[in-house]
Design a protein around this ligand. Structure first.
Ligand SMILES: *[C@@H]1O[C@H](CO)[C@@H](O)[C@H](O)[C@H]1NC(C)=O
Length: 250
């Protein structure tokens, strides 16, 4: 009896407790087993179950608040034939991120590769800008506040990961991310600084409305590259929150 009790205590202390105490992922997160015959469907249902929590994020897993999603600052520098752009953006706030619709998810666990397609029905974004932009269509330079509504935004993400060792444990890291972003419709406003009669803001707006497609064609590749950097950083923060064996149980 005493031996059995001792054995039971030993098992609890050495096997069960470390598993419970060291578990880094909150228990409300449904994990999907590698062996799950429909792994992708499991991940989608796990994400759907988390949706109500995503506006506030999941601090323990380094998942940032998604609605509103805030980027304190962003620097963009591009110098190409068709565009020279220097932009400093701050207080970027986007509402509507948790309204995403998952169109498709395809994972390849052997290759650690993911393909994801989502639609964001409605995104409302604001940012303070300080921009100097030279494109064939004209030049734009100034500071102010940008506001935009974007509907039916389609985001396709393709990425893969690699396994790295830290402190003797295996972790997953983002290896490569590619995005493709398409915008259904958009309506933007700017309030330019030192624009007492509102003429600057008005002409920028007119310019945008008359050249929506061209402006988006120029801006979207930059948005995509920026999104890839942001996804990589957030992805690595999340993947670094728990070892691979916990994130992806056998
Ligand atoms: C965006 O939509 C909101 C309402 O959903 C509206 O109040 C705001 O004026 C719109 N902004 C722009 C730039 O169209």
């Amino acid at each position: 009896m005493a031996v059995r009790l001792a054995a039971a205590v030993l098992i609890v202390v050495t096997v069960v407790l470390p598993g419970v105490l060291c578990r880094k992922i909150p228990s409300y997160v449904k994990l999907c087993k590698k062996s799950d015959p429909d792994f992708d469907a499991c991940v989608i249902s796990s994400v759907e179950a988390l949706r109500p929590r995503l506006n506030k994020g999941i601090p323990k897993m380094n998942v940032p608040p998604a609605d509103p999603f805030v980027l304190p600052a962003l620097e963009v520098n591009r110098d190409r034939d068709a565009i020279k752009l220097r932009a400093h953006l701050q207080n970027i706030v986007a509402h509507g991120g948790t309204g995403f619709v998952i169109n498709r998810l395809k994972t390849d666990l052997d290759k650690l590769a993911v393909e994801l397609s989502i639609t964001l029905p409605h995104i409302r974004a604001t940012a303070e800008y300080d921009v100097d932009c030279r494109i064939l269509l004209g030049n734009f330079k100034g500071q102010g506040v940008f506001m935009g509504n974007f509907t039916d935004v389609k985001v396709d993400v393709k990425g893969d990961g690699k396994v790295v060792k830290r402190n003797g444990e295996e972790y997953l890291e983002v290896n490569n991310v590619k995005t493709k972003i398409r915008v259904g419709d958009s309506s933007v406003k700017i309030n330019a600084k030192d624009d007492r009669n509102g003429r600057l803001s008005e002409s920028a707006l007119q310019f945008y409305n008359q050249n929506k497609k061209e402006v988006l064609n120029i801006v979207l590749p930059i948005v995509q590259e920026t999104a890839e950097e942001v996804i990589t950083q957030i992805g690595n923060n999340i993947l670094g929150s728990a070892p691979l064996s916990e994130l992806l149980p056998a």
